[in-house]
Write a protein that binds this ligand. Structure first.
Ligand code: FMN
Length: 155
């Protein structure tokens, strides 16, 4: 299938594994969002910074991942669940581009909270897109689970 982009942010690489699996199964292009200032791998330090950024709707500068998306018709957008919503680098990507007429498919990894508000928050930023049901994975991704979900949504 052509013109598919899988874009994601991942701190501890769990979301990256899911993104890799989706890319392998769809043949889409993979793109990692890299913020200028990396988040700490120490949970408490990261949590403090992230809470503050989310409360302000802060969009960090991306040093990679914000290249044009014109050639893509379908964009899978992935984030860890951070306090029930998307990680700030994903908000930067959503605010930077125009998704009019594109198909958007959210995915996330989480520690028990599922999507939280992630699907709603992505849909809110892409009001002129077709949004398909996403996948939320707690921990390790099962290729079969991804396969069944992709089949269900037509990919
Ligand atoms: C700052 C921070 C906030 C988090 N908030 C939540 C949350 O609200 N709900 C949840 O289920 N998991 C939460 N988690 C757990 C992550 O969503 C989970 O570990 C995820 O798979 C990490 O993805 P990554 O390895 O791609 O960074 C949080 C993790 C961090 C670091």
């Amino acid at each position: 299938m052509d013109n598919i982009l899988i874009v994601y942010y991942s701190l501890f690489k769990t979301t990256e594994s899911l993104a890799l699996e989706i890319a392998a199964q769809t043949g889409g292009d993979l793109r990692e969002l890299v913020p200028e200032k990396r988040y700490s791998f120490d949970y408490n330090t990261a949590a403090k910074e992230v809470r503050n950024q989310i409360s302000r709707g802060f969009c960090p500068k991306l040093i990679s991942g914000n290249e044009p998306i014109d050639c893509y018709k379908t964009i899978f957008i992935g984030s860890p669940n951070w306090f029930k919503t998307i990680a700030p680098p994903v908000l930067s990507f959503l605010r930077y581009h125009d998704f009019t007429g594109k198909t958007i498919i959210p995915f996330c990894t989480h520690g028990g909270g599922g999507f939280g508000q992630i699907e709603n928050d992505i849909a809110k930023e892409c009001p002129k897109s077709r949004i398909l049901p996403g996948i939320a994975v707690n921990g390790t991704v099962s290729p079969d689970e991804v396969k069944n979900w992709l089949k269900r949504i037509g990919y």
